[in-house]
Design a protein around this ligand. Structure first.
Ligand SMILES: Nc1ncnc2c1ncn2[C@@H]1O[C@H](COP(=O)(O)OP(=O)(O)OP(=O)(O)O)[C@@H](O)[C@H]1O
Ligand SMILES: [Mg+2]
Length: 279
């Protein structure tokens, strides 16, 4: 459904996306995980035809984003990182406006708006201006707007940024439900938990490059399923083990305060880069 071949995007001397190649299958949830400035949003902007690649190619639903932008736009929905709702219009009016842009009939718009405001749990707020909504409500409305014209591929750029854990989990449930309906989802996040809980496959991105790609399970297996954190003078040292037994045997032989735990995607990033995803 999505294919990138050596995709590169430069801004003057910054290489925001650097020779990225990957494929996303139909009804897969794929996530780009990486720190600020990794190039996640730029990748989405190229895939959604909002900016042109410098070199390499990108296809969505078999259409080239550069030469067939309209065909691509008809297939996709976008919930951007920066909330760009019309804040003086109501919830309904925002959806209505988007439906008109996509030339949906009035009857179809009404039907779809009803479905979507139920889906995002904003029936009571449907006639409130967007400026009266909470941050979490606005994020959900962004997703509803992206879904209005029934896209096959949904791009979600940081869908839960700034939301409290409970609202974040609700949003994850929504995204999982969309997957069961056969929608392909390409999202970005810098939350480890979000990538682990939601994505079938994850690309870990840093400085424009994909430095690791695979299912969360496979990525963690690769570095070792168990981690020992050992208190050192200048913070914590990390050691990676294939099995918990191996880790326990190692811990018995050393003289330092240790934490033994399962590995996560942050550890994958640490192992590959020596840095943390978030500070
Ligand atoms: N329009 C632009 N002009 C110049 N530089 C840009 C532009 N857009 C992005 N960049 C640069 O490209 C790099 C990647 O930015 P991008 O927004 O894609 O990162 P990101 O992974 O989405 O980060 P974040 O997690 O903070 O959203 C950064 O160095 C950024 O400053
Ligand atoms: Mg971004």
């Amino acid at each position: 459904m999505i294919q990138l071949n050596e995709l590169t995007k430069r801004f003057a001397d910054i290489v925001a996306v650097d020779r990225v190649s990957l494929e996303v299958k139909a009804s897969e949830v794929f996530g780009l995980l990486g720190p600020n400035g990794a190039g996640k949003t730029t990748t989405i902007r190229v895939l959604t035809t909002l900016c042109k690649p410098t070199s390499g190619t990108a296809f969505v639903g078999g259409h080239n984003v550069l030469s067939e932008p309209i065909a691509v736009k008809n297939l996709i929905g976008i919930a951007p990182q920066a909330i760009n709702l019309e804040s003086d219009l109501t919830v309904r009016e925002n959806l209505e406006f988007h439906g008109r842009l996509h030339r949906m009939t009035r009857a179809d718009r009404d039907k779809r708006i009803k479905e979507l405001i139920e889906f995002i749990g904003l029936v009571e707020k449907q006639n409130s201006p967007v400026e009266h909504l909470s941050g979490g409500m606005k994020r959900r409305l962004l997703i509803a707007r992206a879904l209005m014209h029934r896209p096959k591929v949904l791009f979600l750029d940081e869908p839960t940024v700034g939301l409290d854990p409970q609202v974040r989990r609700k949003t994850w449930e929504m995204i999982r439900e969309l997957k069961t309906k056969g929608i392909t989802i390409f999202l970005t996040t810098h939350y480890i938990e979000e990538a682990e809980n939601l994505c079938d496959r994850v690309g870990i991105m840093r400085k424009g490059r994909i430095i690791a790609l695979g299912s969360p399970m496979a990525l963690k297996k690769n570095i070792g399923e168990t981690i020992i954190e050992c208190r050192e003078d200048n913070g914590y040292g990390y050691k990676f083990f294939k099995t918990r037994d191996e880790a326990i045997r190692y811990a018995e032989g050393i003289d330092c305060d240790v934490i033994i735990r399962e590995s996560n995607l942050e550890d994958v990033f640490i192992k590959l880069t020596g840095e943390r995803i978030s500070d």
